[in-house]
Design a protein around this ligand. Structure first.
Ligand SMILES: Nc1ncnc2c1ncn2[C@@H]1O[C@H](COP(=O)(O)OP(=O)(O)OP(=O)(O)O)[C@@H](O)[C@H]1O
Ligand SMILES: [Mg+2]
Length: 256
């Protein structure tokens, strides 16, 4: 079974600043849903970008089954944080989703989606359309295919971005706060879709600000605050966080 391994990662944006993440180690396995939680500025987006090969860590390494990440980067797809997107860009949902396929062709010289091949073999074009349709169906937005991105609700936009990400041939999906801007029922619905993706054999790693009982929806939880504070199943992590809070409260009491 393929495993993505991050070992002892440290990364600073510049020599003058403190590391954004420090000595971070974790493992992501196919068929699992893992949450990455931590406060603003904890380094969640930084970690996800490194895990997708955007930049190299100052220390440590990322491998998939022992192979260096940069050699197998196409196995990892990243859905970026909502705030980094230009939602006003004039594009329809189906065209946005199709862009996920273009990325694929950058990694695969033999991609069926090279223009020349498309012209010479209309069947591949039909296949491509089927894949786009399948990705949209999977996240429940087929009916929005012709709509412009800027005419959608926040939840619909997040689904469109997820469908684009799913067009990647990857095994490991890193989703940066996909549930931000979603109301609780939309969040539950989104998590159901993501659980299906994990059950289909993908590894899904999701950053989130959700604490408490919503973490029970995950197989594993990683708590990050520049470094890994806690890691394990939701119950283990909750107990560990309770212990940390108790210690902090105790220290405060001792100070008083
Ligand atoms: N491009 C950048 N250049 C310089 N510093 C950055 C850059 N991006 C992030 N940082 C810094 O790195 C640290 C970690 O930021 P990061 O965005 O990874 O945190 P985060 O956990 O994703 O936060 P949020 O929950 O707000 O999205 C912060 O101190 C931030 O200011
Ligand atoms: Mg972030």
């Amino acid at each position: 079974m393929q495993t993505l391994n991050a070992k002892n990662l440290t990364y600073s944006y510049s020599k003058k600043t403190q590391p954004a993440i420090s000595k971070v180690s974790l493992e992501i396995k196919p068929g699992t849903l893992t949450a990455l939680v931590g406060p603003n500025g904890a380094g969640k987006s930084t970690l996800l970008r490194l895990m997708q090969g955007q930049g190299s860590p100052d220390k440590g390494e990322i491998t998939i089954d022992g192979e260096k990440l940069l050699k197998v980067r196409n196995k990892v797809a990243l859905m970026p944080q909502r705030s980094s997107m230009n939602w006003k860009f004039p594009i329809t949902v189906e065209r946005l989703v199709a862009l996920g396929q273009i990325k694929k062709s950058r990694f695969r010289k033999d991609s069926p989606f090279q223009i020349k091949e498309l012209i010479s073999n209309p069947k591949t074009w039909i296949n491509k359309c089927c894949e786009i349709e399948a990705a949209m169906q999977r996240v429940g937005i087929s009916n929005l295919a012709k709509r412009r991105l800027d005419s959608l609700s926040g939840g619909q936009q997040q689904r469109a971005l997820l469908a684009k990400t799913l067009m990647s041939p990857s095994k490991f999906f890193l989703l940066d706060e996909p549930c931000s801007a979603l109301d609780p029922p939309a969040r539950d619905e989104f998590l159901k879709i993501i659980r299906q993706i994990a059950d289909a054999g993908m590894a899904v790693f999701i950053s989130s600000h959700d604490w408490g009982s919503s973490l029970n929806a995950y197989d594993k939880v990683v708590v990050l605050d520049k470094t890994v504070i806690a890691i394990g199943n939701p119950k283990e992590v909750q107990n560990k966080l309770d212990d940390i809070c108790c210690l902090k409260e105790k220290n405060l009491c001792d100070c008083d």
